[in-house]
Design a protein around this ligand. Structure first.
Ligand code: COA
Length: 165
């Protein structure tokens, strides 16, 4: 039987503890999880895709069946390249559901063989977003409950060096 691969796409600018929770839980459900970092997007990223990828890699040490890749263009094209049929997304609340519902329908229209699978965020992590974490760090707050150590350090460094968002 073919290996069950789940692709978890996102901008991960930067990866948060909410994302990591989804990745680790999915690693228990699928043979392999491919975290797919979007290279370019309409909103400007604080970190380059190489930096975002590296932060995820440093945050998932010890989880053997997770691989981090980057992609550009349509997600379904990346899915085909990876020979994967499952898109994985996390849902933090009703707002996420609304946008994820639409995205899943578009991906299904583009490739009917692809399924989107949703995991509900852990309640204690469902308030976290990358931009909220960036805001906390930029104003000198402690974002440790929101971010894995590699992302926290990179964010502190970015704001210390006055990198603009
Ligand atoms: N924990 C913490 N934060 C989470 C989260 C979780 N479990 N799930 C989502 N988020 C947050 C992110 O931190 C991010 O926060 P921010 O806006 O403050 O930065 C926000 O939710 C959205 O991030 P992301 O998951 O990266 O989604 P996105 O809306 O940027 O979409 C893709 C990313 C890659 C899924 C989407 O752009 C895509 O598929 N692109 C390819 C083009 C394509 O195929 N289009 C056709 C389908 S529409």
């Amino acid at each position: 039987m073919a290996a069950k691969i789940a692709v978890y796409p996102g901008s991960f600018d930067p990866v948060t503890k909410g994302h990591l929770d989804i990745i680790k839980r999915a690693a228990n459900l699928f043979d392999e999880v491919v975290v797919a970092v979007l290279k370019s997007e309409t909103k400007t990223s604080l970190f380059s895709f190489e930096e975002r990828k590296e932060m995820i890699e440093k945050s998932i040490t010890g989880v053997n069946n997770v691989r981090v890749e980057s992609f550009d263009g349509l997600l379904v094209a990346f899915m085909a390249k990876e020979n994967a049929k499952v898109i994985l997304r996390g849902i933090r609340g009703t707002e996420d559901f609304q946008s994820e519902w639409e995205r899943a329908q578009i991906n299904k229209m583009l490739d009917p063989t692809v399924e989107t699978v949703f995991l509900l965020s852990a309640p204690e992590l469902s308030y976290i977003s990358s931009s909220a974490a960036k805001q906390v760090v930029s104003f000198g707050g402690d974002a440790a409950p929101m971010l894995p150590a590699p992302a926290l350090e990179a964010l502190k460094d970015a704001y210390l060096n006055k990198r603009k968002q």
